[in-house]
Design a protein around this ligand. Structure first.
Ligand code: BG6
Length: 467
C-alpha cells in the first residue's frame, strides 16, 4: 500500500447537520433552520420562518453541541488525523450583518479545537456549509454584493481568532450546488439563471478574497475549494451523447475552472452571451479572481451520472439531483445513488489532468438504513462501499501518480441527511439513537465499520488488501 506518509485520514460533518442547539448561546437562524423534514420521495419544504406544525431536523440534529467531547474522543479512538467540520456562520454572526461577532459562538469552536488538539487531530474548516444566515435574506442573500463584505467580515474573524490552530480552510461547501440547490447552498430561492449566476459570481469573489487574506494572515494557511462531485458518462458512443455529456460537465466544472484558474472559461462566456446573462462585474474584480486561486481542490464523491442528448441536464429531479439514466453496470443505494468506486479514480484523473492541483476527497460514504440490535450495528454494506472506494483511491495515487492529500469520509457519526432531512439515511461509523422525529436517547454506539476504519487507519491502508 502506498498512501503517502502524510496522508490525512478522517471524517467530515457540517454544523447544521450535527450540532443542534439551534438557538443556544445567541445563535441566529440560518437557511438550514427553516428546512423541514423530507424523505426519499418527499422534497423538504423551506418555510422562511419557524412554524410549529413542522419538524426542522437541524434544531436538534444529533446534539453534537453538547456531545462534542464524547464524539471527538470516538473519532480519536478510530485514529483520525483530520476532522473536517464547518463553522456555523449564525453562531458567530447571528443575523449575518452585525458589526461585532458573538463571543459565545467563537468560544464554542475554541472548545472544539481544544479537544482536537488533545488528540492531535488536524481541523479542516468549511467556512460556509449550507447555512447562510437567514438575516441576509433582506439583502437578497448572495445576489447582493454586500454579502461579500459580510462574509469577509465573518471569514476574517475566523482567520484571526483561530490562527495557528487551523491551517486548512474551505471557502464554500459544494459551490456548484448554486446550480442544483441554490437555497441550500446560498439562500437563493430562485430558478432564475441571472440571479444564480450573479450569486455564484459573488461567491467566487468572496472565495478569492479569502484566499488572499488567509495567506496574508498566515503563510501556512492552505485554502481549498470544494466541488460537489458531479461526473458523467455518455449514455452511448453516439457523438451527440458525448457532446451532451461535455455540456453537462461544463455546467458543473466551470465552478472549478474559475476557482482553480482565476477566470471564466470561454465556453461559459459564450453561453452567457447566448443567454443574455450579465455578470455584476466591477473594476478590479478580474484581478481579485486571478490572484485568489485556491491552493487545493477538494470534492465530495458519491455517485456518477449517465447523461446524453435526451436528458435535460441538471435542473430537474428530486432534491436537485438528477442522476440521468440508470447505469446498467452499477448497483444503487437505497436512496437511488449509483455506487461507482472506479468512478472515483476516473474523477481524480479528470480533475488532476485539468488543474494539476493537490486533491482531497472530503466526502464519500454510503447512506443506508442501519439496524441497532443488542447495542450492535452490523454494516458490511458500508465497509464494502468504503473499502472499494479506498482501493480505487490508492490506485489513483500509486498507478496514476495523483497527489491526494487525504480522505475524510462523510458523516463518521450519524447526522441529518442534507437532501432529505432524515436521520434514517445513516452514514456513520458511530450510530446515534435518534429517529427522524427527534425521538431517542442520543446514545452513541460503535458500528462494525468503526473497528474496520480504525484498522485501516492503524495500518495506513494496508488492511484494505487483506479482505
Ligand atoms: C453533500 C453535502 O452534498 O452530500 C453534505 O456536502 C451531505 O452536506 C452529503 O450531507 C450527503 O448527502 P445526504 O443528502 O445523503 O446527506
Amino acid at each position: 500500500m502506498s498512501f503517502p506518509s502524510d496522508f490525512l485520514w478522517g471524517g467530515a460533518t457540517a454544523a447544521n447537520q450535527c450540532e443542534g442547539a439551534y438557538l443556544e448561546d445567541g445563535k441566529g437562524l440560518s437557511t438550514a433552520d427553516v428546512m423541514t423534514l423530507g424523505s426519499h420521495t418527499q422534497k423538504r419544504k423551506t418555510t422562511k420562518t419557524v412554524e410549529s406544525q413542522y419538524i426542522y431536523p437541524s434544531h436538534q440534529a444529533v446534539d453534537h453541541f453538547h456531545h462534542y467531547q464524547e464524539d471527538i474522543a470516538l473519532f480519536a479512538e478510530m485514529g483520525f488525523t483530520v476532522y473536517r467540520l464547518s463553522i456555523n456562520w449564525t453562531r458567530i454572526f447571528p443575523q449575518g450583518d452585525e458589526e461585532k461577532p458573538n463571543e459565545k459562538g467563537l468560544a464554542f469552536y475554541d472548545r472544539i479545537f481544544d479537544e482536537l488538539e488533545k488528540y492531535h487531530i488536524e481541523p479542516l474548516i468549511t467556512i460556509s456549509h449550507f447555512e447562510t444566515p437567514l438575516g441576509l435574506q433582506k439583502y437578497g442573500s448572495w445576489e447582493n454584493r454586500k454579502v461579500v463584505d459580510f462574509y469577509m467580515r465573518y471569514a476574517k474573524v475566523l482567520l484571526e481568532r483561530y490562527q495557528g490552530r487551523v491551517k486548512y480552510w474551505l471557502t464554500f461547501n459544494e459551490i456548484n450546488c448554486m446550480s442544483t440547490m441554490p437555497w441550500v447552498s446560498a439562500g437563493i430561492a430562485s430558478d432564475n439563471e441571472q440571479i444564480r449566476m450573479s450569486a455564484a459570481y459573488h461567491q467566487f469573489l468572496a472565495s478569492a478574497k479569502v484566499v488572499q487574506l488567509a495567506h496574508q494572515i498566515d503563510k501556512n494557511n492552505k485554502v481549498g475549494m470544494m466541488y460537489c462531485g458531479h461526473f458523467a458518462y455518455p449514455h452511448s458512443p453516439h457523438p451527440s451523447d458525448m457532446i451532451a455529456t461535455t455540456d453537462f460537465m461544463h455546467q458543473m466544472l466551470f465552478y472549478c475552472d474559475v476557482q482553480c484558474r482565476g477566470y471564466y472559461p470561454n465556453y461559459k462566456i459564450k453561453q452567457f452571451e447566448r443567454d443574455g446573462i450579465v455578470l455584476p462585474m466591477q473594476d478590479g474584480d478580474e484581478e481579485i479572481l486571478k490572484h485568489g486561486t485556491v491552493d487545493f481542490l477538494s470534492y465530495s464523491y458519491y455517485f456518477t451520472h449517465v447523461t446524453g442528448m435526451k436528458t435535460k441536464g441538471i435542473y430537474k429531479g428530486l432534491n436537485g439531483i438528477d442522476t440521468g439514466y440508470q447505469n446498467p453496470y452499477l448497483p444503487v443505494s437505497e436512496w437511488g445513488w449509483s455506487i461507482d468506486p472506479q468512478g472515483l479514480r476516473y474523477s481524480l484523473n479528470l480533475l488532476y489532468d485539468r488543474y494539476q492541483l493537490p486533491l482531497m476527497i472530503v466526502e464519500n460514504g454510503l447512506g443506508a438504513v442501519d439496524v441497532l440490535e443488542n447495542g450492535k450495528v452490523h454494516d458490511p454494506y458500508r465497509i464494502d462501499y468504503l473499502r472499494q472506494h479506498l482501493l480505487e483511491l490508492e490506485k489513483a495515487i500509486t498507478l496514476d501518480g495523483i497527489p491526494v492529500m487525504g480522505y475524510t469520509m462523510w458523516g463518521p457519526i450519524d447526522i441529518v441527511a442534507a437532501s432529505t432531512g432524515e436521520m434514517k439515511k445513516r452514514y456513520g461509523f458511530i450510530y446515534v439513537d435518534v429517529d427522524d422525529y427527534g425521538q431517542g436517547s442520543m446514545k452513541r454506539y460503535k458500528k462494525d465499520s468503526f473497528y474496520w476504519y480504525q484498522r485501516v487507519i492503524q495500518t495506513h491502508g494496508e488492511s484494505l488488501k487483506e479482505e
